[in-house]
Design a protein around this ligand. Structure first.
Ligand code: GDP
Ligand code: MG
Length: 304
């Protein structure tokens, strides 16, 4: 536990500097007045915490300052930490797939380059280690390299893969994979998808079709859509969630690349503004660089 918290802290260091580091700097030994609170507001907005969550945090800070409850820097930091922790904790915990209750299918969606394929590799490894039978569907048939990339991940994680040729119909790969997963009594099917721009309606049509055929091939399975968001995306994350939700729903979020970004405040924005839980976070390119999202640990790591 300690080790993984240290890793989380290290991953979030840029976000921490950009957010709590800057706030700690302006608070310093100053009096808590309106000017100071305005400066804190600006830092929160610039760190991608989002307007809604920022408003909530600032309002509470003003309230506490007015009531003379918050009079020094330590108290300001303590209040922000408690409030951020509360925002992150309000969301539901995502249910774990496949506890011997039949097949669960995760349709892994998201725009190009966010980390879908890599995340599938990490998830497959994690679920397989937990003793679940995992199958991967190579549903991004757009480029041969994409099929090779997911095949390498399947190999690394030691799970089966259902694949076809470059240019094959992604829905037919998904159909075959869902049939195979049912026949082989798999617990979890992870479906990789292409992520060309979400503004192109043909991608959304393709995702809808994939979902339809999976439901058809595996009528008793729980079919869930998990959206991958790149932690560098900023406030655009909110519109990505809306677009994908409209097409295939969105049962959970995975936010990647939090290790390299100063914009990790977006996790707070997403938790405040969307009714969708953050379930996992990506904190590196390696197989073990995926953590179950722990709201308390996340808030803690932003402040320490
Ligand atoms: N630093 C970092 N890089 C990541 C993470 N997740 C994925 N990547 C990298 O992001 C790039 C795109 O990943 P890929 O899985 O191909 O994205 P896809 O297009 O959505 O399938 C690759 O270079 C990955 O190694 C992460 O959590 N941290
Ligand atoms: Mg991919």
């Amino acid at each position: 536990m300690f080790g993984s918290f240290e890793k989380l802290k290290k991953s979030l260091s840029k976000t921490r500097d950009n957010l709590m580091g800057k706030i700690a700097q302006v608070v310093g030994k100053r009096k808590i007045d309106d000017d100071l609170i305005d400066e804190i507001e600006e830092i929160l907005i610039q760190a991608d915490v989002g307007v809604k969550a920022t408003m909530r945090l600032i309002e509470n800070l003003r309230e506490a300052a007015r009531a003379n409850k918050t009079t020094d820097a330590d108290e300001v930091m303590a209040l922000l930490k408690a409030e951020i922790s509360a925002i992150l904790t309000r969301q539901d915990d995502g249910a774990l797939p496949g506890n011997g209750n039949g097949l669960t299918v995760w349709l892994i969606t998201g725009v190009n380059g966010v980390g879908k394929t890599t995340t599938i590799g990490k998830l497959a490894t994690r679920f397989a280690r937990e003793g679940r039978k995992v199958i991967i569907a190579a549903g991004d048939t757009f480029r041969a390299a994409a099929i090779d990339q997911i095949a390498i991940w399947a190999d690394r994680s030691g799970v089966d893969i259902i694949r076809s040729q470059e240019g094959a119909d992604p829905a037919s790969v998904a159909f075959d994979a869902a049939s195979a997963a049912t026949a082989r009594n798999a617990d979890i099917l992870l479906v990789d998808t292409a992520g060309r721009l979400h503004t192109k309606s043909n991608l959304m049509e393709e995702l809808k079709k994939i979902k339809r055929v999976v439901v058809k091939a595996a009528p008793n399975a729980r079919v869930l859509s998990k959206l991958i968001i790149d932690g560098n995306t900023g406030q655009n994350a909110i519109s990505q969630v809306a677009t994908f939700t409209e097409a295939v729903g969105c049962d959970g979020l995975i936010i990647t690349k939090l290790d390299g970004t100063a914009k990790g405040g977006v996790v707070i924005a997403v938790a405040e503004e969307l009714g969708v839980p953050v379930e996992y976070i990506g904190i590196g390119e390696q197989i073990d660089d995926l953590e179950k999202f722990d709201p308390k640990a996340f808030a803690e790591a932003l402040f320490d």
